[in-house]
Ligand binder design. Structure first.
Ligand SMILES: Cc1cc2nc3c(=O)[nH]c(=O)nc-3n(C[C@H](O)[C@H](O)[C@H](O)COP(=O)(O)OP(=O)(O)OC[C@H]3O[C@@H](n4cnc5c(N)ncnc54)[C@H](O)[C@@H]3O)c2cc1C
Length: 392
């Protein structure tokens, strides 16, 4: 029997796996962890909103068929000639491959950024940020050095702004916990572009900027990060900011395993696929989520959970069709909008082009979590996890 391997249990991989189950196709899913973490909520985990494991779904709770195999392992490389995936724990042969191993941070060559900043890349790094900030508050009590209370977040896209929103909610709680005046804490968001949240309308950006500023964040647009030394960021104009916490959220690129495996990639390392999400280099390989360089109307689709989730079933159905010599279906992404939380209570965004803001925006974000849980694991998962993940 032909062997299908799915690499990575993120949005695209999990949706592909559940669709393969629906197609009655046996497969093996390989993932670093025994759980699927909710990447779009990692800023909440970093900002201490809920316990980290609440942002995970056990893979075994979603995959139900005895023919679905899960292997907890880390993929190291892909040998396309021999049709073998090399993992830390051993090799896995395949006939058909679905690659959905997500992304890593893109540092754009900023000297010292990779070495001297933290980033939200997965649940572990989100937890590191949370623990680090808490340690900085504790250390301030010992030496009264203000630098421990300065947090720099580089990048004002979705991840950066959602993280700043989360920190704005968490900082007052930390201040009470450690008996530190809130005025001592300096939270700076630094962005080279002239505005925050480029994916929403001008008026929503203004709403978001006002809300975060009122909560105590300093939003510094038109400010370029030039270099990072340990505990120091260098800005254009020779300004330096000394900070105990430096977090980079400025960009992503695809998992480097794709480039190393010799796929045709774009400048962000995403592997080129045709309209069926099939690699242009290897017809037995299908690629989705942030790993895929997929185009619509000649323009590359952005790396979002929204498209990754939509790609999952198409990946599964097209592998199934291709194996059985049936016609495949082209992928058509539907942009349903973008929602950015600004802490636990409020948010801004566009749903089907309709602008939402404030409490309604926050509520819409919470509802989108339930929608995803439902898509992934039906009513059962939505009911089981809603209390843990959703802020009611
Ligand atoms: C804080 C934050 C907020 C975001 N908010 C939004 C939002 O509101 N809306 C939106 O559409 N997008 C959002 N995004 C972007 C979105 O999360 C990504 O586009 C999405 O996660 C991509 O899904 P994916 O399936 O390609 O990969 P991922 O979800 O990243 O999953 C990849 C999986 O592969 C596994 N993996 C990686 N390497 C290996 C390996 N070598 N071996 C084994 N397993 C491996 C990982 O552990 C992970 O389980 C946000 C991102 C962040 C960080």
């Amino acid at each position: 029997m032909a062997k299908i391997l799915v690499l990575g249990a993120g949005y695209a991989g999990m949706m592909a796996a559940t669709s393969l189950e629906r197609n009655n196709e046996p497969f093996t899913l390989i993932n670093k962890h025994p759980y699927h973490y909710l990447t779009t909520l990692l800023h909440e985990a970093a900002g201490g909103r809920k316990e980290p494991m609440q942002y995970t779904v056990k893979i075994a709770d979603v995959l139900r068929k005895p023919t679905s195999e899960f292997v907890q392992d880390e993929v190291v490389s892909i040998d396309r000639e021999k049709k073998v995936v090399h993992c830390k724990g051993g090799d896995q042969a395949y006939d058909y491959l679905i690659i959905t191993m997500g992304w890593i941070s893109e540092y754009f060559g900023i000297p010292g950024m990779k070495e001297n900043s933290m980033s939200i890349q997965n649940l572990d790094t989100a937890v590191e940020i949370r623990n680090h900030i808490e340690r900085e508050f504790q250390t301030y009590l010992e030496d009264n050095d203000d630098r421990h209370l300065r947090i720099v977040v580089g990048g004002a896209g979705l991840t950066g702004i959602e993280l700043v929103g989360e920190l704005c909610d968490w900082i007052p709680k930390l201040c009470i916990q450690y008996n530190i005046p809130k005025s001592k804490v300096d939270l700076q968001n630094i962005e080279a572009m002239p505005s925050i949240l480029p994916m929403v309308s001008e008026s929503l950006r203004e709403v978001a900027a006002r809300a975060l500023t009122e909560k105590g964040a300093r939003l510094r647009t038109n400010t370029k990060l030039m270099k990072v030394d340990p505990g120091v960021v260098h800005l254009d104009g020779d300004e330096t900011v000394e900070a105990g916490t430096i977090i980079w959220t400025g960009g992503v690129r695809a998992n480097p395993i794709l480039t190393e495996a010799g796929f045709t990639v774009d400048r962000r390392g995403r592997a080129k696929v045709n309209e069926f999400l099939q690699s242009v280099d290897d017809s037995n390989i299908f690629i989705g989520g942030d790993c895929a360089w997929a185009e619509e109307d000649g323009r590359p689709l952005p790396p979002t959970a929204q498209f990754a989730t939509q790609m999952g079933p198409v990946l599964a159905n097209n592998v199934t069709s291709f194996m059985h010599g049936q016609p495949m279906q082209p992928f058509q992404g539907h942009n349903l909008g973008t929602l950015a939380s600004l802490g636990s209570e409020i948010g801004v965004g566009q749903m089907m082009s309709i602008p939402v803001k404030g409490v309604i925006g926050g509520l819409a974000k919470e509802v989108s979590k339930i929608k995803y849980l439902w898509q992934l694991g039906g009513v059962r998962l939505a009911v089981d996890k809603t209390n843990e993940v959703v802020h009611l």
